[in-house]
Design a protein around this ligand. Structure first.
Ligand code: TYC
Length: 284
């Protein structure tokens, strides 16, 4: 297994990781990056902190460590937590392979996410999932209760309605996106691959819409038994708030925190508030 520290330092074996990352903290960014073979794919991940509570950050659709989680990797408490962020297979720097949006892609991501954490040597861990990453986290938690400490999901939905599908159709053509939204993705994928992959994502959700109740993961929600925090931005234009209320109702013992000014990217726009909220929940 290889692990790279940003800044060019290369570490060969796992026994070196903790010591070397800790030693580098005073000199440079303490975020290390590495690759781990998971179910046939070289999965890219970043890692920071040395706390005994391990946490995996799961990005949104086509998202990646680099585009989605900078403020969390920078500022989540490094003494309490060991924070890992991954690029799911086919996203970001976990390419090749090319991303395939088969009907079971969330289940595959959930298995790969859990297998990554196991391969990195974590026994029990928490999941923090944004949007599509939230759905992946819900499925992973439902299927692996013995491995879960806690989960946090935000901007997530367990099913799609016709209203949701209309929203997705409205953003199918990425040439209509603002440069601010489009550029980071085009930097990761190149313009042509990004446009094509995004359309494939929209097509896949249109297929989910044909399932009973438009389910993405409704049936697994009752299997979630770990403490669950749902966060939702009340001004989220792409995932309406009723989705968060549905999750609250269908996940035992879960709680919902609404952010009145939050949109879909609330963890980036209100990073300090978000990080504090999540840390408090994870530490309880
Ligand atoms: N679940 C989607 C995601 O992971 C939600 C979304 C859809 C966000 C369309 C933005 O333009 C968008 N990102």
């Amino acid at each position: 297994m290889a692990l790279f520290v940003r800044g060019g330092h290369f570490l060969k074996c796992r026994s070196d990781i903790t010591r070397a990352v800790t030693a580098l903290q005073p000199y440079c960014s303490s975020v290390a990056s590495g690759r781990q073979r998971v179910n046939g794919v070289d999965v890219y991940y970043e890692r920071t902190g040395s706390g005994n509570h391990a946490v995996l950050l799961l990005p949104g659709a086509l998202g990646s460590t680099r585009t989605d989680f900078k403020p969390q990797l920078k500022s989540l408490n490094k003494e309490c937590f060991t924070v890992v962020a991954w690029d799911p297979p086919g996203y970001g720097q976990s390419r090749p392979p090319e991303r395939k949006f088969t009907p079971d892609f969330f289940e595959r991501d959930a298995k790969d996410a859990v297998d990554l954490m196991k391969a990195l040597g974590f026994g029990k861990f928490s999941l923090l999932g944004w949007s599509d990453g939230g759905m992946t986290a819900l499925i992973a938690a439902a299927k692996n209760p013995e491995l879960m400490r806690k989960i946090v999901v935000w901007g997530a939905n367990a099913y799609v309605t016709q209203q949701d599908l209309q929203i997705y159709e409205g953003v199918r053509d990425v040439s209509g996106w603002s440069a601010r939204m489009r550029q980071p993705m085009e930097e990761v994928y190149g313009a042509e691959t990004f446009a094509r992959t995004w359309e494939a994502w929209v097509d896949c959700f249109a297929e989910f819409g044909k399932r009973p109740e438009g389910s993405v993961c409704i049936e697994v929600l009752p299997l979630i038994s770990c403490p669950t925090l749902i966060i939702h931005g009340e001004k989220d234009p792409v995932v309406p708030s009723f989705h968060a209320h549905f999750l609250l109702k269908n996940i035992k013992g879960s709680r919902l925190h609404l952010m009145p000014e939050g949109k879909h990217n609330l963890h980036l726009r209100y990073a300090d508030e978000f990080n504090k909220l999540v840390e408090d929940f994870l530490k309880e």
